[in-house]
Design a protein around this ligand. Structure first.
Ligand code: RIB
Length: 323
């Protein structure tokens, strides 16, 4: 059994800046790089690097960037034969600004991702049905996500929906979502409520099975109709938080595929997100299983600090220190 990810595949252009520019302002980047990204592809690679069998579903353009991103998926062991090329279309792109604290702002241009339509969903649905978990995000048209949720049988795969970027979810069949994974900003945007418990209750009332709110440096919290609990963070010096949320979802899914209980799966998510934030870029920053194990084993429900070298990579000395 495997994980199926239906979602976006992008090339990211990342500008590191001392501070994010204000409206009308020009700032000079400290560094500019391109990295493979896209919330869907990031989640697929995150799960694959942790040992899961992963199939990617989505679209790239008929350009060189599409070739390159497909090759990157293959090299990560992600099965990509169902990703199709959108004719006369560019591959999805994202412009990302990363500030000195690792905070970011993203502008996403869907390109070929916008071609994930009803016909595509219908064509791949039999394969989605055979997965153990289906991971969705909102960088493909919401009409496609709506169709998947309407058509996936129950009993069937566990569905994890990452509502990013946050757009109104009313038209979705939320009763088919087992786990909704907003970050705190997205949960507030979706509900208009600042209090997480109140906001999560609103989503539960709309039918989702449970809400896991990703609180970044504060860890994460799970809310269901049976109760709520939090899982504490692994503390790191963040260099670039891009894809930290995607790493969380990929790791959560990988852990659930292995049969781990939800609190432990959330702990995997926290660890993967923390490690990802210590490195630059989206897919290059996603951790492998041995790195994750180091963090998980090094700190049983306590904080860990990962020290990084100047390039933002762990310095290879095993400096994962429990506090
Ligand atoms: O979640 C991070 C991703 O969001 C980036 O890789 C970028 O492609 C954007 O879509």
């Amino acid at each position: 059994m495997s994980i199926a990810v239906l979602g976006s595949i992008n090339m990211d252009l990342v500008a590191e800046v001392k501070r994010l520019p204000a409206v009308g302002e020009t700032v000079q980047a400290v560094r500019m790089e391109s990295y493979p990204g896209g919330k869907g592809a990031n989640q697929a690679v995150a799960a694959a690097r942790l040992g899961s069998t992963v199939r990617m579903f989505g679209k790239v353009g008929d350009d060189d960037t599409g070739d390159l991103l497909l090759e990157r998926l293959r090299s990560e062991g992600v099965e990509e034969s169902c990703v199709t090329r959108q004719a006369r279309c560019t591959t999805g792109r994202a412009c990302i600004w990363v500030g000195e604290q690792g905070e970011n702002a993203i502008v996403f241009g869907p390109g070929a991702n916008a071609g994930v339509d009803a016909g595509y969903v219908d064509a791949v649905l039999p394969q989605l049905e055979h997965a153990r978990l289906v991971l969705l995000q909102l960088e493909v048209p919401i009409s496609a996500v709506k169709r998947v949720l309407r058509r996936l049988p129950r009993p069937g795969p566990t569905v994890i929906l990452d509502p990013a970027p946050a757009v109104p979810l009313e038209e979705l069949h939320l009763a088919r979502v087992d786990i909704l994974t907003p970050n705190q900003g997205e949960l507030a945007t979706l509900t208009g409520k600042r209090d997480q418990g109140v906001a999560a209750k609103q989503m539960l009332d709309q039918g989702v099975g449970c809400v896991i709110c990703k609180n970044g440096a504060e860890g994460c919290r799970m809310f269901s109709n049976e109760g709520a609990f939090g899982v504490p963070p692994f503390r790191v010096d963040a260099v670039d938080t891009t894809a930290a949320g995607d790493a969380f979802n990929g790791a959560l899914a990988a852990a659930l595929l292995l049969g781990l209980e939800l609190p432990e799966a959330m702990r995997w998510g926290n660890a993967a997100g923390a490690l990802t934030a210590t490195r630059r870029g989206a897919q290059p920053s996603l951790p492998r299983r041995d790195e994750l194990n180091t963090v998980l084993d090094g700190s049983r429900w306590v904080d860990a600090r990962i020290y990084c070298d100047d390039a933002g990579y762990p310095d290879g000395t095993g400096n994962t220190v429990s506090r």
